[in-house]
Design a protein around this ligand. Structure first.
Ligand code: FAD
Ligand code: SF4
Ligand code: SF4
Length: 484
């Protein structure tokens, strides 16, 4: 049905209708209600079915985007779902939170020729949301059970994607997480106006139905050692993400009211999930009625400013030392934040914090972007005499994350890490320096994206499968030596 495609020549790009900024400011619901079938078909039909689809090249999962777009345009949604789910464990999640403007959509040929991208992410979301509604999403049950088991540390996208693949192959899979709920940053980091929590919980239930066993509240290194997990399982996967917040060293930075971004976001997400959070109730991690300053220019900073707006802050400013063009966060997120009333203060950096015991203001200076450094980015330099004070009674530090010291935490000095503290792996096998211990996701890459976590989780599952098959073959070939 080729005539349904190439619609970009007569049909404009249209996102689903976004809720008004005024309405959004007062709740934590997602900002796009989603497509209706006619609009999804119409927008999918804009695709020009490129021979070399750059959208697919730039999707970390190399999703077969042109095919699912064609099936959507033709109304063949179950087939579209089969294709979308063949390469992606959580398509409805990526459709919501991938920074598509930097990945698939930013590289779409018709975007490059200024016709406006095909709205790939929202169509991916529509396909899988529909599949859930229609009951097409079924757990992939193994064809046969194997007698080997895998222990996975960390229930974020990397750990969960690996769990799903390994369980489908018949392994017994146990996932350990220090938190009381599974999902990693998808449940406790990312706010629900980007990703509503029932979507993550629905996937956890789907994995449980598949036979994955979850062990919440199990902090590896504290409640159980890595050595014990290696005894218990034939292979272990470390997918612990990166959680050590980068800090600010400036006079006054230890005052009350200066808090790490993740503490703030976790508290808000917990409240949304129905928990009672003492620091939220006390006002320590709540922005209502306050002048809020968020420091940072990434997606975490955008999540904090938009959360503060929804909590009823008096004013919300985002202070970033570079300019809009050079910020690491998604431009779409910045636009959403601006629409909702956030003030972006570009080329500005904190110098000191004022207050007796609680913060009351932040001294900042203007930044000049100087010569280009080795990484190709202009070096930020404070402009002498440009200092000014911003009122602030809640300061949120969103300066990025680093890995925890895993060799110390896990009590095994033989676990090799890089000079950044990320876990070293052999990139051909994804195995760490410890036999049978693999690693994937942010703990290997450094802070990254959900879609890369999924990709790594799927890849490492294949490597673990190869390793375990060899181990099983060796045991069959030489049972005495293996037992010894
Ligand atoms: P994580 O999701 O961090 O999961 C690791 C899990 O390991 C956690 O559940 C943790 O509790 C557990 N764990 C850690 N140590 C231990 C231990 N010792 N014992 C037991 N369990 C342990 N990406 C996007 O693509 N789009 C976005 O919009 C986006 N927004 C973000 C917003 C915020 C605020 C943050 C912080 C990140 C955001 N990201 C976003 C990045 C994305 O969430 C991460 O890249 C992704 O979740 C990494 O997946 P992971 O599985 O490696 O680790
Ligand atoms: Fe685009 Fe992300 Fe979906 Fe890939 S997974 S097609 S990058 S939205
Ligand atoms: Fe369609 Fe754009 Fe992908 Fe080409 S690059 S196949 S137009 S979505």
């Amino acid at each position: 049905m080729a005539h349904r495609m190439l619609g970009f020549v007569h049909t404009e790009m249209r996102m689903p209708d976004k809720r008004s900024a005024e309405e959004r400011r007062h709740d934590f619901n997602e900002i796009y209600p989603g497509f209706h079938q006619d609009r999804a078909g119409e927008q999918a039909g804009r695709c020009s079915q490129c021979g070399v689809p750059f959208c697919q090249v730039h999707c970390p999962l190399h999703n077969n985007i042109p095919d699912w777009l064609r099936f959507t345009a033709e109304g063949r949604l179950e087939e579209a779902y089969e294709i979308a789910s063949a390469t992606n464990t959580f398509p409805e999640i990526c459709g919501r939170i991938c920074p598509q403007d930097r990945l698939c959509e930013g590289n779409c040929t018709i975007e490059q020729s200024r016709h406006g991208t095909v709205t790939i992410g929202t169509i991916e979301r529509y396909i899988t949301d529909t599949a859930f509604e229609k009951g097409w999403v079924k757990p992939r049950l193994p064809l046969r059970e194997r007698d080997q088991s895998v222990g996975i540390i960390g229930a974020g996208p990397a750990g969960l994607a690996a769990a799903e693949m390994l369980r489908a192959k018949g392994y017994s899979v146990d996932v350990y997480d220090r938190h009381d709920r599974m999902g990693g940053l998808m449940i406790y980091g990312i706010p629900s106006f980007k990703l509503e929590k029932f979507i993550v919980l629905r996937r956890i239930a789907w994995l449980e139905e598949q036979g994955v066993r979850f062990h919440p509240g199990t902090d590896v290194g504290r409640n159980i050692t890595l050595a014990e997990l290696r005894q218990r399982h034939d292979a272990v996967l470390i997918a612990t993400g990166v959680y050590k917040a980068r800090d600010i060293r400036a006079p006054g930075s230890t005052l009350d009211g200066i808090v790490p971004a993740l503490d703030y976001l976790i508290a808000n997400n917990r409240v949304g999930l129905g928990d009672t959070v003492v620091d939220y109730e006390s006002g320590r991690l709540k922005a209502a009625g306050k002048d809020v300053v968020v420091i940072g220019g990434g997606d975490t900073a955008m999540d904090c400013v938009r959360t503060a707006i929804r909590q009823g802050a008096k004013s919300v400013k985002c202070v970033y030392r570079r300019d809009r063009r050079n910020m690491p966060g998604s431009q779409r997120e910045v636009s959403h934040a601006e629409e909702e009333g956030v003030e972006l203060v570009w080329q500005t950096a904190p110098e000191a914090f004022h207050g007796d015991s609680r913060v009351q203001g932040m001294l900042a200076s203007r930044i000049h972007l100087g010569v280009v450094d080795a990484a190709g980015r202009q070096t930020p330099q404070p402009v002498p005499g440009s200092e000014f004070t911003l009122p602030a009674d809640l300061v949120i530090k969103a300066l990025g994350f680093e890995p925890e010291d895993l060799p110390i935490l896990f009590g095994d000095a033989n676990l090799k890490v890089t000079r950044w503290g990320t876990v070293s792996i052999d990139f051909r096998t994804m195995m760490t320096s410890l036999d049978g211990v693999f690693a994937a996701g942010d703990i290997v890459r450094g802070a990254s994206l959900v879609v890369w976590g999924i990709r790594d989780g799927r890849d490492v599952a294949e490597h673990i499968h190869t390793y375990l098959r060899r181990k099983a073959q060796a045991a069959t070939a030489n049972p005495v030596a293996t037992a010894a």
